[in-house]
Ligand binder design. Sequence first.
Ligand code: PGA
Length: 249
Amino acid sequence: MRKKLIAANWKMYKNPEQTREFFAAFLPLVAGHTRDEIVVCPPFVDLYAAVEAAKGSSIAIGGQDVYWKEEGAFTGEISSSMLLAAGATHVIIGHSERRQYFAETDDTVNLKLKAALEAGLTPIVCVGEVLEEREANLTEDVLRRQCLRAFHAISGKKAAKLVIAYEPVWAIGTGKTATPQMAADAHELIRSEAAKAFGDEFAAQLRILYGGSVKPENAKALMAEEQIDGALVGGASLDAKSFTAIVQY
Ligand code: PGA
């Protein structure tokens, strides 16, 4: 049985004060919830407030990106060891918004994934097709390429903590959700790519999350799919009540 992971991706929302307010409201609502793993990924400047607020709870904190070098003259970047030192345990890598707006490529995703695994972070690697690719029947090719290149030169042993998030780009922030069946099909393909790269046993354990307009109203149906091992939630994770409703699908 794969324990489901429900992750909040706050994107560029909330400051430290708002982060503390969120946790003050959220923690009592999910106290004692052990069925699923819960992770909140706030902007970097909120990490400290989030880690402090979540202390003593089972909520883990993650970054939204990471650079692959350990340290150096890389203005604006953050390393895996800095995330760990700040108390983060998880990190999102290769989110479609970073691919779209910040020149993230399959190769930089691979470098970041290697660095995060090496440091002992749990990486949540995002893959997914854009609308034109889905309409041109290229979804499978795109997912295969993204997985193949992300996993390049990484051993199954090193990759043990890997988590994948399937996020069809056309479903992010649009209110359009992939049907549970569409998501399950994509997840199966991703799992088969993981099996090729890391072996069947690894693939059977690998958690593949769905992301893209996950809301309290559709969480139950999505989470009921055997192939779906959790959710990466953007917009609906900003409000303590709606994120709680998703966590308690
Ligand atoms: P959304 O974002 O839930 O607002 O669609 C998901 C994501 O981008 O991770």
